[in-house]
Structure formats: C-alpha cells, structure tokens
Design a protein around this ligand. Sequence first.
Ligand SMILES: [Zn+2]
Length: 303
Amino acid sequence: MQQKTLSLLQFQKKFGTEQACQKQLFRLRWPEGFKCPRCGHAEAYFHSKRHLYQCKSCGYQASLTAGTVFHKTRTPLTKWFWLIWLMGRQKSGISMLSMQRMLEIKTYKTVWTMGHKIRKALGDRDAHYRLAGLIEKDDTYFGAPKPGKRGRGAAGKAKVVVAVAVETPGNKPRFAAMHMVPRVSGQEIQALVWARLVAEVVVKTDGWQGYSFLDALPYRHEWLVPGSGKEAPKVLPWVHTLIANIKGNIRGVHHGVSPKHLPRYLAEFCYRFNRRFWEPQMFNRMLHASLNSSSITFSELRP
Ligand SMILES: [Zn+2]
C-alpha cells in the first residue's frame, strides 16, 4: 500500500490503462492470487473485455466485477478510478458536472449514477461501525423549512441526526455519523437510529425534551442546555461545525439535493471525514469498499 498520497501525474502513470486498473482490482479481490471458487485450481485465462477469469482446469468463469459497483459498466475502469480518486481527495465534495467534462463521460446521467454507486459503497462500509466514547449529538433539517416555521417543529424537508465521537481528553473530533430519519419525531424511531449509531457512550445533547428517551437507554446522558437555545453551538461545537460544513458543500457544490438522495451524500461526507488522517490509503480503501458493495441501478436511483 502506498505511503504517500499520489500526485496527479503519479496516479495517471500508475492507473492510466484498463490493464493496470484490472490488476489493481484483482490484487484487492484476490490478494492471495486466483483460486477457482469451484475446484480450487490456481490458474486461469483472463478475458479482459468481460473482466472474467476462466479456470484452466474446470472452465468455471469468475468475474472480477460481479457484485461490485463496477458490475456490467460500459465506462472504462480508468475513468472510474479517476472519479473515485478525485472524490476521495476533494474534502468539500466534487461536482459531477465538472467530472463529466474532465473525464469525458458522455452523459451527465452516467457520471451522476457512478457517483451515487460510489457513495452507496462508502455508506455500506461505514455501516459496519458504531460510535463509542463521548458523543456529541444533535439533529438538523436539510432543505428550507416552510416560511413562518422555525426550530425543531419546522416542517423541513429532511431531518438528519448527527453524532460525533469526541476524544477525551483533547476534545478533538474522531468519527462522525449522520442518519436521515423519518419526519415523525417518535422516540422509538430515534432510539432505533441511535442504537445503530452508538455503542457505549456518554451522550451530550441540548435540552430538547425529545431526547428524554436517551435516559431510558443504557447510556450516560448529559443535558447541556436548558432548551434548545443559542448556546448549542458552544457546548456541542463539533456537531455544529460538521453540520455547517456539509450544508455548505451541499449548497455550494451540489446545489441542493433531494431527500431521496441525501443519505448517500451524508455517507460520502462522513466516510471522508472518518478517514481524514489516512489520506494516502484513502483511494485503496474506497476501491475496496466499491468492490465489496453491490451496485444500484439508475432506475433505483431515479427520483
Ligand atoms: Zn476450476
């Protein structure tokens, strides 16, 4: 695994051909070398166009890309690799319209779908982890609330629960998770999401009564502010910083997103944030995630 983040030119040199990209996928998929899933034989013919390895002994065909985000793609792997690499490097997110031009991808629909396939893979990866330790937690709305309504009761478009695990001592953020929840403010729904986010914790929230369900869970819960007032950004600094960052990205780079697609943008943001100290490995980790996540199709994505 490379130790330094590759420069643009180094990346192009390393992954400039289909063959080089296929080799890289092969290495990640079968680190011990090829082994036929049916008979265990170690030698295979390679059909590069179809990304297939055919066992020399029994003829079984093992696909390099089946069950991954690259399944049945007609876009060259070199373009996929660039897209994944650029998405990993750009902390504020990347515009798919500019990607379409830069990577010479024929339609916006194609690059848009590729982006969401990758985001889904990143989300699937982070779903394996839960936050632990000291947690700052708050929730927020994405999309404009209806005029005249403000605060927690506002009829916003999408409600998102945000949690950040904070290092103690040091008070530095470590890992983050964001989940869109149904607009229903039922405690059961919140508790369900919360149980999926968090392992063993001390939870800090503001004083909103909606959090009282936390007291019934096996966590230590600190109420920090009387009411959900203006003090919240001071006592829950990291959740508020992250919320401001992702809202800025979504406004500035993606020009707003619909609630249907929002969870995948949240996943992309958290994935990058959670691995910000492992930048040199980011690309390979993202590739690995892409190989271990089943694909979604454009028709599943369509609004
Ligand atoms: Zn075989």
